[in-house]
Design a protein around this ligand. Structure first.
Ligand code: ARG
Length: 469
């Protein structure tokens, strides 16, 4: 390892060091390669900080204007791609401060007054999260609207399909009921993300490295400038809190699990065996070897990528566990999992939305599967219950009908017609759509309850759209 001299290109913290950092150290500890994408948020935070410094009299209006103009120039350089990094730029925060000082000279050197990278990075990450999480939330609600739109279409076409438990035929249900089941899960995701946004809406800027400052800072000024709802109450907590990152990663992991479950269903539904749906060519992929293949890769990746969303949550929780107060460099490890989960789930939401909105439902296949006689067994038992029989007994009576049908090969409807406890009236349950129509308890899978559910869902969707943190 060669010892380098502290020269021009030294890191911002070089003062107490006699020799320059080793290349190996910089290569291992840098975060610029992944925190570059925080540039706009770092600039917003820096502008708010400068405004505060001017307002409390720690920076002259003149110097302040020069620094703000330099920040504007830096923003332009990032936006047009001309920003030039230097090897000494350890992270986006040092890169921007270095450039501002190059542009503005001495006033630029005042920008870090009363500020540490510890409160600076916590601020930039929160600003980034506010924007990105709000976007994901919007995409979640968009997907709910797509599913609801398809549900309404399915009801107009009167599409039913078998409902399953254990992937075995259970009871007939409306397709709309199935699609709306996913809507409710996604609406819970949207509400979870809203709560997370509320909790992260606190500015940590002004906490300094860990203990605040002897300078007359006013954190409420910068918080107001950045649009945060409130300011930190404890400087140690402000710089070491990454609960919001863990929360976002949990929200996304669970959202990812929901996407994965819907993905798995579409893999099944588009298979030759089910044949319940066909994908639009634009949202399906082919095989490099098998010419006939049309694959549901979006659905498979929604399933596959959910693993890494869970992994990202786990990695951040493991990193946080056991960290003493306040800032530790370990916290830098919050960003890659956060960025990855946000990027992945955003793409998943958009792609699945496209896939679902353009697919064709095969009513013929669904209805054919839904008319299997066995799906009426529970309704027969309930028919007996309505006539006073204890359910356990009714269950056994119908169970014997099913067995007899399987053994003799004669249709259940025939056996029911001749059965002393059942007869013609009970056999009417086998007519198409009857069993489904009867399912009218609140929240049930039949058409009457569907209308109620539809109104409730519409209300929840518009309520979800109204949220602004
Ligand atoms: N790149 C660091 C991070 O992402 C910024 C804070 C560094 N602070 C420090 N005292 N070394 O967390």
């Amino acid at each position: 390892m060669s010892e380098k001299k502290v020269t021009e290109g030294a890191p911002l913290w070089h003062g107490r060091f006699q020799s320059a950092p080793a290349d190996d150290l910089m290569a291992y500890t840098e975060s610029l390669s992944f925190d570059k994408r925080l540039w706009a948020d770092d600039i917003v935070g820096s502008q708010a900080h400068v405004t505060m410094l001017i307002e409390v009299g720690l920076m002259s209006a003149d110097d302040g204007q020069k620094v703000l103009a330099a920040l504007d120039q830096v923003a332009t350089e990032f936006a047009d791609g001309s920003f030039a990094y230097e090897v000494s730029d350890e992270d986006i925060h040092t890169a921007i401060e270095r450039r501002v000082t190059q542009i503005a000279g001495e006033p630029g050197a005042r920008i870090h007054t009363g500020r540490s990278r510890n409160d600076q990075v916590a601020t930039a990450v929160r600003l980034w999260c506010k924007r990105e999480v709000a976007l994901i939330r919007t995409l979640v609600i968009d997907l709910v609207e797509t599913l609801e739109g398809r549900a309404e279409e399915a009801d107009l076409q009167d599409i039913s399909l078998p409902g399953y438990t254990h992937v075995q035929h259970a009871q007939p249900i409306l397709l709309s009921h199935h699609l709306r089941a996913h809507c409710w899960a996604f609406l819970r995701d949207a509400s979870r993300l809203a709560e997370t946004l509320n909790r992260l809406n606190v500015s940590p800027l002004g906490a300094g490295a860990l203990a605040g400052s002897s300078l007359p800072l006013d954190p409420s000024v910068s918080a107001r400038e950045m649009g945060f709802g409130s300011t930190f109450a404890n400087s140690l907590d402000a710089v070491s809190d990454r609960d919001f990152v863990a929360e976002i990663l949990f929200d996304i992991a669970l959202l990812g699990v929901h996407l994965s479950r819907i993905g798995e269903e579409w893999v099944l539904w588009t298979s030759a065996e089910f044949g319940f749906a066909t994908l639009d060519d634009a949202y399906a992929t082919g095989s490099s070897m098998l010419p006939q293949k049309k694959n549901a890769d979006i659905a498979e990746l929604a399933r596959g990528k959910s693993g890494r969303l869970i992994g990202n949550l786990t990695s951040v929780l493991a990193m946080l566990k056991g960290l003493p107060l306040a800032y530790n460099r370990d916290l830098q490890e919050d960003k890659e999992p956060l960025f990855d989960s946000v990027d992945q789930v955003r793409r998943a939401l958009i792609a699945l939305n496209g896939m679902i909105s353009t697919a064709t439902f095969r009513k013929d296949k669904m209805v054919e599967a839904a008319t299997s006689e066995a799906l009426v067994a529970t309704d027969l038992a309930e028919w007996l219950v309505m006539r006073g029989m204890p359910f356990r007994e009714a269950h056994a009576v119908v169970g014997r009908v099913v067995r007899e049908s399987l053994e003799s090969g004669s249709p259940m409807a025939h056996i029911v017609m001749q059965h002393p406890l059942l007869g013609d009236e009970a056999a009417e349950l086998f007519a198409p759509g009857v069993a489904l129509r009867n399912r009218r308890s609140p929240g049930a899978a039949g058409p009457e309850a569907a209308q109620v559910q539809r109104d409730r869902l519409a209300q929840e969707i518009s309520h979800a759209r109204e949220f602004h943190s």
